[in-house]
Design a protein around this ligand. Structure first.
Ligand SMILES: [Zn+2]
Length: 308
């Protein structure tokens, strides 16, 4: 049986599991990321997420490891180029992981790396909502906005930056500044910090989209018309998403667009607005299916898929 260890590295946690034919066949090991403690601590956290599957390495049941990590990164060489939330800049993660497995388990394994959002879309394209489609695109809405484009079950890299859908411009003249340093990226509107900013512009002070979601749902006591305002913020976020999606349609016209990340939990407040706005701005009336992610651990499954 072909077992691969999939590792999904995030700013808060590292998740890993054994994947076989697109299914998780082990426990999911979750390790907190010591991102504030520096490079060595994070590498150690990654090693712990590998060591948790010691038995599989010892008897040779794992021959490959796939890693999804925040980028930008060089998927060909395995090097992290720049990472805002995790101190791995300039680290060749593939070499470190290969050496760790060789030293600890006396095994040589194949190790592959790509960015976490691409891994998520890849998993959905292979085994999730996009499995019956040949041209698939997706977004992850979280701390930042990631993206990926999959053609015929292969990740589209172009010269390296293909699928960076969070940095498509929706207002580059007088828009907001993105964490990438540029003006008017989708991320500055549809990420956690983008949504907090939109909420602020509507007179709502929230620390994150989760709090906004609770207000919109009426789960959190809030005075006045805050509930309606919170809903409005999600609708506006959906409108920005739709604008970006109409650009994606003009370039790519994918058959399906899959949206994941923790902010997609507010799909009930955003979904309709995303779809309506995409239709409004689109060059064609032939709309792709726009839907939520379907896999619970897409990041792990997609990372493992890199090594298949
Ligand atoms: Zn940007």
């Amino acid at each position: 049986m072909n077992n691969t260890l999939g590792i999904d590295i995030g700013g808060t946690t590292i998740k890993s599991a054994i994947v076989s034919k697109g299914k998780i066949v082990s426990i999911v090991y979750i390790q907190r990321t010591g991102a504030k403690k520096g490079t060595k601590a994070v590498l150690n956290d990654i090693f712990l997420s590998i060591n948790a599957f010691e038995d599989y390495f010892s008897d040779g049941r794992i021959r490959s490891i796939g890693i999804g990590s925040p980028g930008p990164l060089d998927w060909k060489t395995g090097k992290i180029i720049a990472s805002v939330n995790i101190p791995l800049n300039g680290v060749n993660l593939v070499s470190f992981v290969k050496n760790h497995v060789r030293n600890r388990f006396k095994r040589n394994v194949k190790v592959l790396l790509d960015n976490d959002a691409r891994c998520f879309v890849f998993a959905e394209a292979l085994h999730g909502a996009g499995k019956n489609h040949s041209c698939v695109a997706g977004y992850t809405l979280g701390t930042g906005v990631g993206g990926g484009i999959i053609h015929n079950k292969k990740i589209c890299h172009g010269m390296g930056a293909a699928g960076e859908l969070g940095h498509v411009k929706i207002n580059a003249i007088n828009g907001r500044r993105c964490h990438c340093g540029r003006i008017g990226c989708l991320e500055a509107y549809a990420s956690s910090y983008g949504i907090v900013q939109t909420a602020k512009e509507h007179g709502l002070k929230v620390k994150d989209p989760e709090e906004l979601y609770e207000i919109a749902k009426g789960l959190k006591k809030s005075g006045g018309n805050k509930k309606n305002k919170a809903k409005k913020v999600f609708e506006e976020t959906g409108a920005y998403m739709g604008m970006a999606i109409s650009n994606l349609i003009a370039v790519e016209h994918p058959e399906i667009i899959i949206i994941g990340g923790n902010i997609s939990n507010a799909w009930g407040f955003m979904g309709r607005s995303i779809i309506n706005s995409a239709r409004k701005y689109s060059i064609t009336g032939k709309m792709p299916k726009i839907t939520r992610a379907s896999l619970k651990y897409g990041g792990i499954i997609g990372a493992a898929g890199l090594a298949d």
